[in-house]
Design a protein around this ligand. Sequence first.
Ligand code: ARG
Length: 267
Amino acid sequence: MFKKSVNKIIVVFMVLCLGMVFTGCGKSKVSQYEKIKESGKIVLGTSADYPPYEFHKEIDGKDQIVGFDIEIAKEIAKDMGVELEIKDMDFGGLLAALNTGTVDFVVAGMTPTDERKEKVDFSKIYYNATQAVVVKVENKDNIKSMEDLKEKTVGVQMGSIQEGIAKDQIKDAKIKSLSKVPDLMLELKSDKVDALIVELPVAKAYIEKNTDLSLSGITVKDETGGSAIAIKKGNQEIVDQINKTLDKLVKENKIEEFVVKATDMIE
Ligand code: ARG
């Protein structure tokens, strides 16, 4: 009887020891940053429908993803001493891709909102832009304030902050959310939506190419403003490393340079 319970205690003790060995293994696991360095590449998640931030361009007969976000991502990879691989996806799926490990970082003109900060970490803000409302040229004089958008159909990118802006700032707006910005522009051109909200540099890029589109005079309130790079939570070394690259780029005035270069590339 006594012996049996001693045996039991020994078994329980052994199980506990094994458990400790396993958790010990867990602790010594390599960080994501080490994994990136070992594999020799870092995977960027982006949504290449947002010129001049990121967009497709045919160069020497080959489709390529370019833009100032891409230039920044290249610098980040270079400073880490690894290759850059780009994954183009829907904007609304980027943070999930980050959290499942499909991509290592997201550079997509993404605004670091409090809601997103609950899911992922962000670098410092690397670029600031205001919001703009795009309309058809012929409607420019009728759509001059958020008031004028009352009961109108407003297009926004799915999962973007513009979705929230439309909901909060337009009374009784009918909101149409689509995955890709070029599709939104087509909806506007064919009068399926009355207006679109995007960041100002993007609005300008599309208007430049589409003479039937115009900026409306509306000023959009947006306190969150600015773009930052998203990283999966719990990887402070990657955040620090990315911030180091951003500091360097800001100091050397490179980001402005990248923006000018990317804007020139929009055909
Ligand atoms: N700044 C906005 C946001 O964070 C829109 C960004 C859209 N970016 C893109 N690559 N399509 O929601």
